[in-house]
Design a binder for this molecule. Structure first.
Ligand SMILES: O=C(CO)COP(=O)(O)O
Length: 248
């Protein structure tokens, strides 16, 4: 059985004082049956690590450099993250693909850096509304996923987590229906199965895009939805914890 994972992506939000309240409230998540992770901005990772020490809430970063070290101003490497007990890092979030022109090859390089440093990549894939309307959803998400599978050595595939985040559902209040999400998750898992049935059976595929307490249960009830990547609702302890409970 795949243990559900609920990960909160804070995006570009947070202040020391507000974080403290939120993180203290999230300590309550450590008694739940699902795995819980928070992904604050880089600078707040040490604060989150300190406030969650001794609690079963994992830390994730929102990104990582595709470079190992050197003259890359502003970048944060996988080895640096590994010094801070970081278990997960997002790669390929659609906001970065769109606003910062990240393409599949860069996302794949980042995933490879992470696994080599012992950090589990949460690989985000998802189609835009235009791509969905043009019946290109499957082709888009499969290409995004395969770029990572092709770059990361097979021995490290068990470290991967996938996140299906339809771009049209992120921050819009529109959610993929449970059936829409399930259909894409099943396609992703089938493609992994063609390459490794064992990895396909174990890999967790999260859904992200306006997941809230009132729709989480139905989405998480789908056989191939193994958790959630939560944006807006991860900033409110009550909502985030309610989603974690729905997954437990
Ligand atoms: O992008 C997301 C998580 O990475 C989803 O964001 P929202 O939950 O705010 O739609």
């Amino acid at each position: 059985m795949r243990q559900p994972l609920i990960a909160g992506n804070w995006k570009l939000n947070g202040r020391l004082e507000d974080n403290q309240r939120l993180l203290e409230a999230l300590r309550g998540a450590s008694s739940l049956r699902c795995e819980v992770a928070v992904c604050p901005p880089f600078v707040y990772l040490p604060q989150a690590r300190d406030l969650l020490a001794g609690y079963d809430v994992a830390l994730g970063a929102q990104d990582v450099s595709r470079f190992e070290a050197g003259a890359y101003t502003g970048e944060v490497s996988a080895a640096m993250l590994a010094e801070f007990d970081i278990r997960y890092a997002l790669v390929g979030h659609s906001e970065r693909r769109r606003l910062l022109a990240e393409h599949d090859e860069m996302v794949a390089e980042k995933a490879k850096r992470l696994v080599m440093a012992g950090i589990r990549p949460i690989v985000c894939v998802g189609e835009t509304l235009d791509e969905r309307d043009a019946h290109r959803t499957e082709a888009v998400v499969l290409a995004q996923m395969e770029a990572v599978l092709n770059a990361v050595p097979e021995a490290y595939w068990p470290m991967l987590v996938l996140a299906y985040e339809p771009v049209w559902a992120i921050g819009t209040g529109l959610t993929a229906s449970p059936q829409q999400a399930q259909a894409v998750h099943a396609v992703l898992r089938e493609r992994v199965a063609e390459r490794s049935p064992e990895v396909a059976a174990a890999i967790r595929i999260l859904y992200g895009g306006s997941m809230k307490p009132d729709n989480a249960r139905d989405l998480l009830a789908m056989p191939d939805v193994d958790g959630g990547l939560i944006g807006g609702a991860s900033l409110k302890a009550e909502q985030f914890l309610a989603i974690c409970e729905a997954a437990s």
